[in-house]
Design a protein around this ligand. Structure first.
Ligand code: NAP
Length: 470
């Protein structure tokens, strides 16, 4: 590598963290970075496409920023390429000066209780992926006909998304980019009560305020909070309560004081209850959930945690959605911290678990770096930290150790040849643009932003109709 030769970076994953990383690198003037982004699916944007709820189109408009990054002449997109299936970490080491893992947290955290796998019990990841048309979940069979009550476990924004999506009317959903299959099933849903269960109190809930407020504005659902349970759960003051928590408590007190308006559905917010077991009915399907009542006790550091009491409660429910957080999955050959579900790192530099020192040229960003927390914008700052580490490593004297990789074959054409040999159906950015045009055109006919393709084969067929650039 000479001083003027470009620094070739592979970014693995095309969600917000990956795109902010690419954007920061391409804007940097201290070196000439070239970015190749590899994505497992044909389509980019990660959770902006497959996580953000369909009725939140404003949040999705962040993709306009990513589109600008994608248009940069030193950026290339290779969709439908999976690390570990089509290309290995060793291959990347041969072709790039730096690798940035931006693969997110794609699986649910298990509850670890009896009955978790019963028919009718679903991780929120499945439901969210299903209504958003993620190809991995398009075949999910969700029975919203047999049960009238659903229980959602967890007090985060995903729990709120799940509950809200179960309450929106056909009219409210039909103008969004919700997957067609989900629109059909949700329209005919017979679920009329959704109980959201938090293991701690309202002041410890992870909800953000706009999301909690939105529940109270639903056209087709009343929000029910029992004032006695609410005040019991607030009896112990939380010294670490944030301003958000204080606003949330006020909103919940307002809900508790509100008489139900007799809407078609109800969202009931419960506190200080942990799931103990999921109980099958005679047909073997989920019939009820057993919960244990908790009390709040302060840890040595003052944090309030849930401690089980002897009191139990049973709620009949044919559906349970577990929304207790996501986990990252290990990437072949890349260090992984099983406990945290993340890639071990210091400020974005991947750490070798045996020595605790950073591995040359390997970096991490987003949820697979810090765990599943924060909103989309959080990833911008997070990506800057990782990019600062890369820039410092480019500039740093080697100290006797290379800080970046020394690829045997850094030529951009060489890696493209390898990628295309391993995965002939690579989807370039032009291929994605074709899918995007197709989906928008399908949507236009019915006044929707797009109709999502949910099958990989179909995406590949449409992407293949891209006009090859001269
Ligand atoms: P989260 O915010 O971490 O919430 C997880 C919830 O699950 C917490 O209430 C947690 O309670 C509870 N929990 C964890 N383990 C549990 C257990 N064993 N039993 C019962 N409850 C348990 O996670 P999330 O809802 O998956 O959201 C992930 C991130 O995406 C968050 O940063 C969120 O804000 C973001 N997000 C944002 C939006 C939006 O902006 N509209 C939408 C969706 C997601 P404890 O606090 O007691 O651990």
């Amino acid at each position: 590598m000479t001083d003027s030769s470009p620094i070739r970076v592979a970014v693995i994953g095309s969600g917000p963290a990956g795109f902010y990383t690419a954007g920061h690198l391409l804007k940097d003037a201290s070196a000439e970075f070239e970015v190749d982004m590899l994505e497992r699916l044909p389509t980019p944007w990660g959770l902006v496409r497959s996580g953000v709820a369909p009725d939140h189109p404003k949040i999705k408009s962040v993709t306009r920023i990513y589109e600008k990054t994608a248009a940069h002449p030193r950026f290339r997109y290779f969709g439908n390429v999976e690390l570990g299936r089509d290309i290995s970490r060793e291959d990347l080491l041969e072709h790039y000066h730096a690798i940035v893992y931006a693969t997110g947290s794609s699986v649910d955290r298990p509850l670890g209780i009896d009955g978790e796998e019963l028919s009718g019990s679903h991780p929120a990841t499945e439901f969210v992926g299903w209504y958003n048309g993620h190809p991995d979940y398009s075949a999910l069979e969700l029975d919203l006909q047999s049960a009238e009550r659903a229980v959602v476990i967890g007090n985060g924004n995903v729990a709120i998304d799940v509950a809200r999506m179960l309450c929106l009317t056909r009219e409210e959903l039909a103008c969004t980019d919700i997957a067609d299959h989900a629109l059909e099933v949700l329209e005919h849903s017979r679920v009329n009560e959704i109980v959201i269960v938090g293991r701690r109190g309202p002041a410890q809930a992870a909800f953000t305020t706009p999301e909690l407020l939105e529940l109270g504005e639903l056209s087709d659902a009343d929000v029910i909070v029992d004032p006695d349970e609410l005040e019991r759960a607030l009896a112990i003051p939380d010294p670490s309560a944030t301003p958000t928590a204080e606003r949330n408590v006020q909103i919940l007190r307002d809900y508790a004081a509100r008489p139900p308006a007799g809407r078609r559905r109800r969202i009931v917010l419960r506190f200080l209850l942990s799931p103990a077991a999921l109980i099958p009915g005679e047909d073997g399907r989920l019939a009820a959930i057993e919960l244990v009542r908790n009390e709040l006790v302060a840890d040595a550091d003052g944090r309030l945690r849930a401690q089980p009491t002897a009191e139990r409660e049973r709620i009949d429910a044919g559906l349970v959605f577990r929304a207790i957080g996501y986990r990252g999955v290990p990437l072949p050959g890349v260090p992984f911290d099983e406990r945290g579900g993340v890639i071990p790192n210091a400020d974005g530099r991947v750490l070798d678990p045996s020595s605790g020192t950073s591995l040359p040229g390997e970096y991490v960003v987003g949820w697979i770096k810090r765990g599943p927390s924060g909103v989309i914008g959080t990833n911008k700052k997070d990506a800057q930290q990782t990019v600062d580490a890369i820039i410092a490593d480019v500039a740093a004297p080697a100290n006797g150790r290379a800080r970046l990789l020394a690829p045997a074959s850094p030529d951009p054409a060489a890696v493209e040849t390898v990628l295309r040999a391993r995965q002939p159906a690579v989807v370039t950015y032009a291929g994605w643009a074709e899918i995007d045009r197709h989906e928008r055109a399908l949507g236009e006919a019915s006044g929707r932003p797009r109709v999502k393709l949910t099958q990989i084969d179909e995406m590949l067929r449409i992407a293949a109709s891209e006009v090859p650039s001269a």
